[in-house]
Design a protein around this ligand. Structure first.
Ligand SMILES: Nc1ccn([C@@H]2O[C@H](COP(=O)(O)O)[C@@H](O)[C@H]2O)c(=O)n1
Ligand SMILES: C[C@@]1(CO)OP(=O)(O)OP(=O)(O)OC[C@H]1O
Length: 159
């Protein structure tokens, strides 16, 4: 059995707005995340974790921020592409684990909806998808609520 692990990391800054998109879920907030796409920082980290497991570059190589085609794009496009690349190489995703780093919004009340959204996009069971959160104890850019960071890990298996 061939087992591969990849990790991803992403950051998006806040700007004026009234909601954020996190792991495919719209969460009411007093700011929004700035990005070329919908700025779903959790989905971007997860997408990069899958590319990482495949040694297949990163999200910006597949979807250049300079390409107007991706302006305002919904980030499930990127995640579906990474999952397809895995499938084309004979891999299935065993599990994924996403961590969102922010003081606010609180992720806990939305975590199940996020797991369900990611699982649906990836064709996985909800039990294979983890979404969790931590503050950074008010330290650094996330602590000052200037943006949200996300880390993700994906495990891929070829039988
Ligand atoms: N944006 C966030 C941040 C944290 N949580 C939950 O709170 C717990 C405690 O966070 P600490 O940073 O103080 O360890 C954390 O384990 C999460 O359950 C959250 O829901 N949303
Ligand atoms: C997703 C892309 C799409 O153009 O743009 P952004 O929304 O700015 O997000 P980022 O995490 O900076 O990744 C780069 C790009 O691939």
């Amino acid at each position: 059995m061939d087992i591969r692990v990849g990790q991803g990391y992403d950051v998006h800054a806040f700007e004026a707005g009234d909601h954020v998109i996190l792991c495919g879920v719209s969460v009411p907030h007093d700011k929004k995340l700035k990005g070329h796409s919908d700025a779903d920082v959790g989905m971007h980290a997860l997408t990069d974790a899958i590319y990482g497991a495949l040694a297949d570059g990163d999200i910006g190589q597949h979807f250049p921020p300079s390409d107007p085609q991706w302006k305002g794009a919904e980030s499930d496009i990127f995640l579906r592409h990474a999952v397809k690349r895995a499938s084309e190489r004979g891999y299935r995703i065993s599990n994924v684990d996403v961590t969102l780093i922010c003081e606010r919004p609180k992720v806990g009340p939305h975590a199940v909806a996020m797991r369900e959204a990611l699982a649906k996009i990836m064709g996985l069971e909800v039990a294979q998808v983890s979404v969790k959160a931590t503050t950074s104890e008010k330290l650094g850019f996330t602590g000052r609520e200037e943006g949200i960071a996300s880390m993700a890990v994906a495990t891929l298996i070829k039988d």
